[in-house]
Design a protein around this ligand. Structure first.
Ligand SMILES: C[S@@+](CC[C@H](N)C(=O)[O-])C[C@H]1O[C@@H](n2cnc3c(N)ncnc32)[C@H](O)[C@@H]1O
Length: 121
């Protein structure tokens, strides 16, 4: 059975780079961010987007068809466990037949940088 996605949850939505165009495309979008400033900017542009000021690491993501994580996962060594557990938690709590869409900020090769963080893809 194919299911057309309707509800998008943008976790760490920022200033609405994804939320706004998705909403304009007719999707029902919720933007979640810890920064109220970004959420206010989203609401000014498109008041049909539901905005939630919350910490995504504790936010209950239960009801979306698509969970968007755009530029939210970096997997620096200091955050590796936290981010991996977060993704596991999202996958475990999602309803059936929905998906997680993760968009990397940039592609990095595996290396240890001068700042002491390891970057792996
Ligand atoms: C790199 S920006 C990406 C914004 C947006 N996804 C995009 O691609 O334009 C990261 C966003 O995540 C938010 N953020 C970081 N940690 C967060 C947390 N624990 N809970 C909710 N939002 C968080 C920041 O406020 C920021 O808006």
């Amino acid at each position: 059975m194919r299911v057309k996605p309707r509800y998008f949850g943008g976790l760490g939505a920022g200033q609405g780079r994804d939320a706004v165009p998705l909403s304009h495309m007719g999707y029902d979008v919720t933007a979640v961010d810890i920064s109220q400033v970004g959420l206010e900017q989203i609401a000014e542009i498109d008041d049909s987007i539901k905005t939630i000021n919350a910490d995504v690491y504790t936010f209950d993501i239960g009801s979306y068809d698509v969970v968007l994580l755009d530029s939210m996962l970096h997997f620096y060594s200091r955050d590796l466990v936290k981010e991996t557990n977060w993704v596991k938690q999202i996958l475990e709590n999602m309803k059936k037949r929905c998906c997680v869409c993760e968009l990397p900020n940039e592609i990095q090769t595996s290396r240890e940088s001068a700042d002491g963080y390891s970057y792996g893809v």
